[in-house]
Design a protein around this ligand. Sequence first.
Ligand code: GCV
Length: 720
Amino acid sequence: MRNKFAFILPFLLLLLVTNSLYAEDGYRLWLRYDQLNDAARLKDYRKAISGILVDGDSPTLLAAEKELKMGLDGLLGKAVPLTEKLTRKGAIVAGTPESSPLIRSLNINDKLQEVGEEGYLILSTTINGKKVTAIAANTAVGVLYGSFHFLRLLQTTQDISRLSISSSPKTEHRVLNHWDNLDRTVERGYAGFSLWDWHKLPDYIDQRYIDYARANASIGINGTVLTNVNANALVLTEEYLIKVKALADAFRPYGLKVYLTARFSAPIEIGGLKTADPVDPQVQQWWKDKASEIYSHIPDFGGFLVKADSEGQPGPHNYKRTHAEGANMLADAVAPHKGIVMWRAFVYSHEAPDDRAKQAYNEFKPLDGKFRDNVLVQVKNGAIDFQPREPFHPLFGAMPETPLMMEFQITQEYLGQGTHLAYLAPMWEEVLDADTYAKGKGSTVAKVVDGSLDNHSLSAMAGVANIGTDRNWTGHQFGQANWYAFGRLAWNPYLSSEEIAEEWIKMTFSNKEEVVSAIKTMMLNSHEAVVNYMTPLGLHHIMGWSHHYGPGAWIKDKHRADWTSVYYHKADENGVGFDRTKTGSNAVAQYFPPVEEEFSNPEKTPEKYLLWFHHLPWDYKVESGRTLWDELALRYQSGVDTVRQMQRTWDALEGKVDPERFRHVKTFLEIQEKDAEWWRDATLLYFQTFSKRPLPEGVEKPTKSLDYFMKLDPKFVPGI
Ligand code: GCV
């Protein structure tokens, strides 16, 4: 026995070592760089690529060189040498005309001019009679972005023999918003704690910071707001600014600028002033001095993000001033340093009698044209709050004199949080493609956001991050796809969610066609599935109180009516839905005429927004010819069915994706199925108390009572 064991032991150990070496825990995100398993492509690439030649020694060019080296070594499964001279064909030559004589020799200034500050060219060309691939840009960060693009071509096994790529970002500021608190909790964060280890900063620079910056650079994200919009003024004190500087220094080589949230009452809380009134000269001076202090530590500081007069945050209204007066004061403070202010339009008050969906428009539309040139108004994709589905926010198109930036929520506060697979790009695409008709047909939200509709050079897109200390960064392996998709859409809001999914799958899981198409189908159906089992047909905000996990259509009688579910669904014996037409709140009037008409008429309103705009009888006939009640019930069932279909698809991938991530996703899909059933049963039982109709055929009978569901009270849900 002993002998036999001694014989087996080395093999066991070897197995262990090999396993841990190749363990796939998701840490590497989409930057995996494992040797390609497409033999034909691998052979071509090995033949085509002989070396890496990056002229210039700025930290950003060095980062590009390092990434190319790491990526090519890994993907090609052989060491690709770094060279200083062009001695052989097949070099990857990267640089700017300034840093690299070889790039200069290409005489491509005209083409480079077109791609601007951050864009790049990737060209199959010839230098000194030798075939090369040139990655050229006007700036080092452009070279870095181009290098990531080139690696992506290999990761997705594209033909690289005749490249003529020109790419530049359509929005200027592509920014993650971290709702991270200084104690490292993350509001609406479902992936562990905050990445920022304030206690160990500025001394300890975690490798995670670098990998975070790399990941962002790989998709063109160029800004990060480190702190929660529900802000703490402490971060603006010297003690913290030194820590912020350390992060900014770590991110800088990757083109990632740091921003902070500005608490409006900071002059009182940390400045010792008696007021924070934006027209008070002392307050204005305080912010100017504060800005100079910040810039003395961080010369390329991006600016401020502000949530004011919203959900208890202080703001200019405390002093009877407008949002423009508040924003402009901060804008004046950062303007000499080329900083910007991103001022959020997410405002509503439970004391205002009007429909919450109308309040931001009412507040901001009259301020159009009153903001300084370095202010962007940051608008959520919809008028309520990151619901599983919302019609586009009526402010888009309504403030032509003001650059409006998009705020998407990458973290899935209302979409199953850390455990549900919901690929969000189709939802974002739906909003970006929506036509506001602000300047006639074709005035899409994307054109408002990228500035092209109203000729704004200042443009931006923000995404509320889903990133934390979890080893796989985003809690759910598929949460990574939403981070990735946000970056890609911020770079180019006209990309399709399908092509983004395809890229991500190939880089993250596998290039094998059967795997790609199976995972792609799962991803592309996943958002609709979540909408169906949570809030079909335009229902919204019927989640569990405060934590927003699980169903809670019965929530009522709280201190704020606009945080209850009954405020939004208005179910009664006659029907369900929020009447936002003329007979109701008339929120439809905030849209431009053809859209307004469409949303005013239930027959013309896209069914996905039906109950958002209309209160309709339970036996109202919908497009399928069914009654509203039957359709609603069947949609809930269809949400559950799609999750089960996703489970079958995933199960069939066993052995085709690595076991660790396979198990992770499989288990999470089980949670999702359970939750989808919970949503269906609880919500239908509740609405049935009004509709008094039986569940239609095809809908599974609930196994528990409404009373049971109403008593469920999950404790310590993360992210609050
Ligand atoms: C950061 C929702 C969330 C809040 C969040 C707020 C906002 O209301 O539930 O957690 O606060 O949006 O976007 O400011």
